[in-house]
Design a protein around this ligand. Structure first.
Ligand SMILES: [Ca+2]
Ligand SMILES: [Ca+2]
Ligand SMILES: [Ca+2]
Ligand SMILES: [Ca+2]
Length: 503
């Protein structure tokens, strides 16, 4: 191949094209120098020594000198990696889709597991409180001239299949003013005694089934065991003048009675049989108002009223707390009791029922109040989930506490905010938010210095955290009765009935 007319001035000019096709016809040709005739192909001159190497072998030098484009091969390697990666990714996606379609259950379980780990608060948003309750009287009955501070108990005393209503009452402190043999026939229309009593109303229509008049104002009524063997639970009634009475709930007849006088204060309840006669017995706290320090825990025979044990409280502190049984199982139980008064400090303590003989030395203090005593009953319900009842108490002064029933350590406490407040009402248990832990309504009363009157604040305490669920519900003047709870199916639907007097 010739390059006519070219004046290369002794320098070989290479084509700037490096395409293989362009160079195919000269690929193996070499140039030789002819000083006179310019450049000729080697074979034309039968040259023996090539003047330059074949182009292909000199390509790298030429590339470097002319800065030509990189070859396509330079892009090949990364492109291969990208394509390979995409292929693997697509393959994995296809594999997951196939696995999910073939085995959906495990994936569902994983999904459920993930969802279950997330808070369920959103679900609770769907729950709305009932705010339009309609109250309709089933029946109502008026019982003039009677007063009551008693809890209401329900037992089917006439065995018609419907629970009947029992409560205790008083008629005022009229015995101190007018003799009973005058007061009773004149004002109450009955022969003495008539200072108080217990009454049973038919649950179906409110009619009086029986009324038992007694010689004391009865403030406490407990009806949790059958004492006389008629298969109907009977009632322990306690009066303000040292009176303890067990009466048959079937007809109101007195089974046994103790009148110890108004210098003695008792509060008590039935506990499982302690003397082996098969009948539950009565465990009561006792304080004498005539002595400076004179507190006891007394065990009475449930069958006869006989005093079985009389035990000094630790430090002989006065006690106005109804002893409670903290039962773990059939063989293990503790007695929970409190000491102190509204003006004297006191403790909440436990003692094993088996060791109650050594009450003073064997009891363990689980809460100490250095200012006031422990007066109100505790609610015993498991809030920790270990199936052992825990102890929830609204202390006389400003504080609600929860104590673990197995370790006797404090779980939480709640302090009523603001100014001094006090209560003599036990907490009312119920399910009031969205978990399965029992919550508590507590009522505390305050004194308004400006308007010069007492008023109440009602709190709903979350049993799980000890925090107030709502802002306190403002009340009216003081009530002496704890609230009641209406139990509903499903958690969060229980209703508290709170009693209050209106001005
Ligand atoms: Ca009935
Ligand atoms: Ca009975
Ligand atoms: Ca007994
Ligand atoms: Ca517990």
């Amino acid at each position: 191949m010739r390059y006519p007319g070219l004046n290369l001035r002794g320098e070989v000019r290479e084509s700037i094209s490096f395409d293989d096709d362009d160079m195919s016809d000269v690929e193996d040709e070499v140039f030789i120098r002819d000083g006179k005739n310019g450049y000729k192909l080697a074979e034309d001159f039968n040259a023996k020594r090539p003047l330059m190497a074949p182009r292909r072998t000199a390509k790298s030098d030429i590339n470097a000198r002319l800065k030509a484009r990189p070859p396509c091969r330079a892009f090949c390697k990364p492109c291969c990696y990208v394509i390979l990666s995409l292929s693997i990714l697509i393959g994995l996606i296809i594999l997951v889709v196939v696995v999910v379609s073939m085995f959906p259950l495990p994936i569902d379980k994983i999904r459920d597991w993930i969802i279950s780990k997330t808070p369920k608060e959103d679900a609770s948003v769907k729950l709305l409180p009932c705010n339009n309750l309609r109250v309709k009287d089933v029946w109502s009955i008026s019982l003039p001239k009677l007063t009551t501070d008693s809890a209401v108990r329900t037992i089917d005393v006439n065995e018609d299949g419907f629970e009947d209503v029992l409560f205790s009452f008083g008629t005022g402190n009229n015995y101190d003013v007018i003799p009973a043999d005058v007061f009773c026939p004149v004002f109450m229309g009955v022969p003495p005694p008539c200072e108080g009593g217990v009454i049973a109303l038919n649950g179906v229509n409110g009619e009086i089934l029986w009324r038992q008049w007694l010689n004391d104002t009865i403030f406490s009524l407990q009806c949790s065991t059958d004492v006389n063997g008629d298969h109907i639970n009977d009632c322990l009634a306690i009066g303000i003048k040292g009176t303890i009475i067990v009466i048959s709930a079937k007809n109101g007849s007195v089974i046994w009675q103790i009148n110890s006088g108004k210098s003695n204060i008792f509060v008590g309840n039935f506990i499982p049989d302690q003397d082996g006669d098969g009948i539950w017995d009565v465990l009561a706290s006792h304080s004498s108002l005539t002595e400076g320090k004179d507190g006891h825990i007394i065990l009475f025979s449930g069958k006869s009223g006989k005093e079985l044990k009389k035990l000094d409280t630790p430090n002989n502190a006065k006690t106005f707390y109804m002893p409670q049984i903290l039962k773990y199982n059939d063989s293990e139980a503790f007695v929970l009791f409190g000491t102190g008064s509204t003006t004297r400090p006191g403790n909440m303590s436990v003692v094993s029922l088996k060791n109650i003989e050594n009450l003073t030395n064997s009891s363990t203090t689980i809460f100490e109040n250095k200012h006031e005593g422990i007066l109100t009953q505790s609610v015993l319900v498991d809030i920790t989930g270990d199936e052992i009842p825990d102890i929830i108490n609204s202390m006389y002064n400003t504080t609600v506490i929860a104590i673990d029933g197995s370790t006797f350590k404090q779980i939480w406490n709640f302090t009523v905010p603001g100014a001094y407040s006090e209560t003599n009402l036990s907490p009312t248990p119920g399910y009031f938010n969205y978990d399965n832990v029992t919550d508590f309504l507590v009522v505390y009363q305050k004194y308004d210095d400006i308007l010069n009157y007492n008023y109440t604040q009602t709190f709903i305490i979350d049993g799980k955290t000890g925090r107030s669920i709502y802002n306190p519900i403002a009340g009216s003047i003081i009530t002496q009765m704890s609230a009641m709870a209406i139990s509903s199916e499903c958690h969060g639907y229980d209703t508290f009935l709170k009693f209050r007097r209106t001005l």
